[in-house]
Write a protein that binds this ligand. Structure first.
Ligand SMILES: *Cc1c(COP(=O)(O)O)cnc(C)c1O
Length: 365
């Protein structure tokens, strides 16, 4: 089967983990800070807080931002449910913004109309690895005194107007799930230039407890065990060395698809905006005739190609409907009915891209 996403693990990665296994520290050791330093380099941020996964990174970021019961946060419905789930976990109401039909990111021009006296933050998702327009969003956030938090789980290594993902929002969070830019198995992080938030998140990821000047453990804030292990952190540091190369391979894959499928009238290919360098986490096409999408998916299945759907609108999930979310956003709903994710990952070969493309062409013939 050709999977839609797949990690790339080198001999160096394996050795890095084995070295930790032979060391004194499997967790809470020196590899965490090393990984955090690597993440600062990758994002130009001053502080990084590594944690157990991207979802706990969201939770830590939202808690550090002081989001609480009764607050509203404007976010995108075109995301993995974790983004708004962690808002719910904080008692916050996610307010879903319509998406654009070019990048499938939230429509920056529709954010301001959603702001109320309860709005505390804008939480973006750089969908598929393509950055939102942070010039527009920063201006809105500044004008209305809102925090700007980026869920960049798709976008590590990406850029907007020459700035790196990680230096565009007040806090930026990352995921290191195996389908993402780099992996630690499970893992996540928040990067920020705000030391108070970074310190708070470091405490909250470890029960809210820290050692005082007498070496005694004291709990000063409420916290969880959201720690990452040294095994994972060592893998992440080793993977980080190849981040550029791994993302460059995805870029090649995108070029191959464009060569193969660029003239096919039945589908819409993803586009990269001029001022953006996408991390190309996902390669999502749209099937113009929505009634054919499921058939194409089944056609792929028979050819052992794993396609996927990123994403059904968060608000269309039964859980959200039962909570009372009544949203109906035309672009998002159209997108949901037509989107299909093709395989795009660090191991995908030119031959496989041709095979997948041929399969699409034969389907539409
Ligand atoms: C993967 C992902 C997450 C969650 O990350 P995990 O590490 O799997 O918990 C959050 N948001 C988005 C947009 C993601 O793609």
């Amino acid at each position: 089967m050709i999977p839609y996403g797949r990690q790339s693990i080198s001999e160096d990665d394996i050795q890095a983990v084995v070295d930790v296994l032979k060391s004194d520290w499997l967790t809470q050791g020196p590899k965490i800070a090393e990984f955090e330093e690597a993440l600062c380099k990758a994002t130009n941020a001053q502080f990084a807080v590594a944690c157990s996964n991207g979802t706990t990174a969201l939770h830590l970021a939202f808690m550090a931002a002081g989001l609480k019961e009764g607050d509203e946060v404007i976010t995108t419905p075109n995301t993995f449910v974790a983004t708004s789930n962690m808002l719910l976990a904080c008692g916050v109401k996610p307010v879903f913004c319509e998406i654009r039909l070019d990048t499938y990111n939230l429509d920056e021009s529709k954010v301001e109309a959603l702001i109320t006296s309860k709005t505390k933050a804008i939480v973006t998702v750089d969908f598929a690895g393509q950055s939102c327009d942070y010039n527009v969003l920063s201006a809105i956030a500044k004008k209305h005194g809102l925090l700007l938090i980026a869920d960049a789980a798709h976008a590590l290594g990406g850029e907007f107007e020459g700035k790196k993902i990680g230096e565009l929002a007040d806090m930026t969070l990352l995921s290191f799930h195996p389908v993402k830019s780099i992996t630690t198995g499970e893992g996540g992080a928040i990067v920020t230039n705000n030391k108070d938030w970074a310190d708070a998140m470091k405490r909250m990821r470890s029960h809210g407890v820290h050692k005082n000047e007498h070496g005694m453990n004291v709990m000063t804030v409420f916290g969880y065990n959201y720690r990452i292990t040294d095994l994972q952190a060592a893998l992440g540091t080793s993977q980080h060395k190849r981040l550029q190369r791994l993302n460059a391979h995805r870029r090649e894959v995108v070029k191959w698809y464009a060569e193969e499928l660029g003239t096919l009238a039945d589908i819409v290919l993803p586009v990269e905006k001029e001022n953006v360098k996408s991390a190309w986490h996902l390669y999502v096409i749209r099937v113009k005739d929505a009634s054919k999408r499921q058939d194409l998916y089944e056609h792929f299945k028979k050819a052992d190609i794993q396609a996927n759907f990123h994403y059904p609108a968060v608000y269309n999930n039964p859980y959200y409907r039962e909570l009372g979310f009544k949203d109906q956003l035309p672009n998002m709903d159209l997108y949901e009915e037509t989107c299909l994710t093709l395989p795009c990952h660090q191991q995908l070969t030119h031959e496989e891209v041709k095979f997948i493309s041929d399969s699409i062409k034969s389907f539409f013939q």
